[in-house]
Design a protein around this ligand. Sequence first.
Ligand code: XMP
Length: 516
Amino acid sequence: MTEPTIAILDFGSQYAQLIARRVREQHVHSRLFAPGVRPAELRAAGVVGIILSGGPASTYDSAAPRLDATILDMGCPVLGICYGLQILAETLGGRVSAGATREFGRARLTIHASDALLAHVPPESNVWMSHGDVVESVSDQFESLASTPACPMAVVRHKMLPIRGAQFHPEVTHTAYGAQIIRNFLYDICRCAGTWRTQDIVRHAIDDIRARVAPDARVICGLSGGVDSSVVAALLHEAVRDRLTCIFVDHGLLRSNEADLVEATFRDHFKTDLHVVDAAERFFARLRGVTDPQEKRRRIGHEFIEVFKAEATRIPNARYLAQGTLYPDVIESGHGHAGTTASIKLHHNVGGLPAELGFELIEPLRDLFKDEVRQMGELLGLPREIVWRHPFPGPGLAVRILGEVNPERCDLLRRADAIVTEEIRSAGWYDKIAQAFAVLLPVATIGVMGDGRTYAGQHVLVLRFVQTTDFMTAEWVHIDPIVLDRISTRVVNEVRGINRVTYDITTKPPATIEWE
Ligand code: XMP
C-alpha cells in the first residue's frame, strides 16, 4: 500500500529538505522530486499534496527550472513557497520581476482575508523573508490574503483551484507561525491523517536497501564510531544480515573507549562481520614532524583511504559501500536535489571515500537530519553512548593536538578528554552541550607542584564546550564553574604532563569550534 505522501518539488532551495523535515515532524510522509516531475509519477507515489520549494533562480531567466503545468490540474492541493510562489504565479499568467527592494530577514505579515492556510495565525505576526524577486502581478484568478510592507502578495490563493503560495518561508523557525501554517496545509487542506513515525523512516530505509542490493553481493560499511555510520550499519544489519561487512579503521587518534564500544556493539551485540584494522602505527609514522593543520588532515585522509581500500578489496563479492552522509553534508557540498543549490562550504569528512574504489554507494541517511538519525539509532537498539555521543571530527584527536602529533601526546589528550567527558556526564551537562572536548597545546608554562617548579615536558590543556544547532555558528557554554574546577583538579593531578587548564570563551565566528 502506498503511504499518503506530500511531494516537495525541489527548485534548488537550501531549505527543501527542511520543508520535508517539517512535514515529517507533523507525522506526514514526504518525498523530494525534481521540479519537472510528471503527474503520473506523483500519482504512483501516492501524492496527496504538493509543496513547491524556494530556489536561487529567477523565473524570468531562460535556464530557470520550470514546473510541468499539468500537475496543477491533478486536483491535489499545492503550496508554493518563495520561488515556488513565483513559478506558480508565472505559470498561471502572472508576472515576476526583480523587486525594487530585496527582503532578507524578518518582516511583519498582515493578514487581510481569512483562509484555511492561515487559521490560528494572528492578524499580525513575524515571518522570515529571503528574496530579491517579487510577484508583480497575478492573473485575476488569484487573490492576495496577506502582505508585508515590501510585498503586497505575501500569501495568495487561487479562486477556483486548491493552489496557494507564500513569499516567506514557513519552514524556518524565525517564521513565528510557520509550523501552524504547515500544519494547516497538511491537515486541513490536504486532509492528511498524521500517522507517519520515525519507525516508518526506519522501515522504509530497510526496504529500500533490500530492494537495491543484489542477493549474491556483500555490502561494506565503514564504521567511524559516530552515530551516523553506526545507524547505517544497524540498518544494513536489519536489511541484509550476514551479507554485511563492517570495517573500522583504528587510526590511533580516537577517544578513550571508542574502539571497544564499536567492537562490543557490532561484533558482540549485532554479531556482524567486523574487521578492525589497527593502523595506528602507520598513521603516526605519516604524521611524524607534521605541524601544519591542513597537511595533517591531508595525510590522515590519504592514509585512511589507502588502509580502507586494502581491507575492502579483500572482501569477496563486495559490490556496495554504505556511508552515513547526512543531509547537511549534502547541502554543504552543494549537491541538492535539483543540482542547483548554491555551494556554501566543502565538506571535510575523512569518511567520504572516493568513487574510484569502484563500489555502488548506499547512503540511507542522505535526506535526514542528525536528530532524526539519533531517533532511528534508539529504535534500532544502538547503545545510548553511541547514539548521544558528541560529534567527533574524522581526523580525530590529531586536530586537537596543536603541533606535532605523536603517540605520547595523543595519550595525554585522550586521558584528559576522558576526564572531561566523565565529569560533565556526572554533573548532568553532557546531553545539554552540543560538543565538549579538550585541546592540547604544545606550550610549556611554569607551575608549582609540591615543593618544586614544573616546566619542561608540561602542556596546557584547553577546554572547549560549545552550544550550537547547526555547527555553522556556536556559543561557548556558560557552564557551572564547579564542573570546571573538578575537571581542572583531576586533570593536573591525574595526567602527568599537563600542569595548566584553561577555558575557551570565544564564539564561532570569529573562532571555529575546533582549534585546527
Ligand atoms: P569547525 O572547527 O569548522 O567545526 O567550526 C564544525 C564542526 O565540524 C567538525 N569538524 C570536522 N569534522 N572532519 C570532520 O569530519 C574534519 O576535518 C573536521 N573539522 C571540524 C567539528 O568537530 C565541528 O563539529
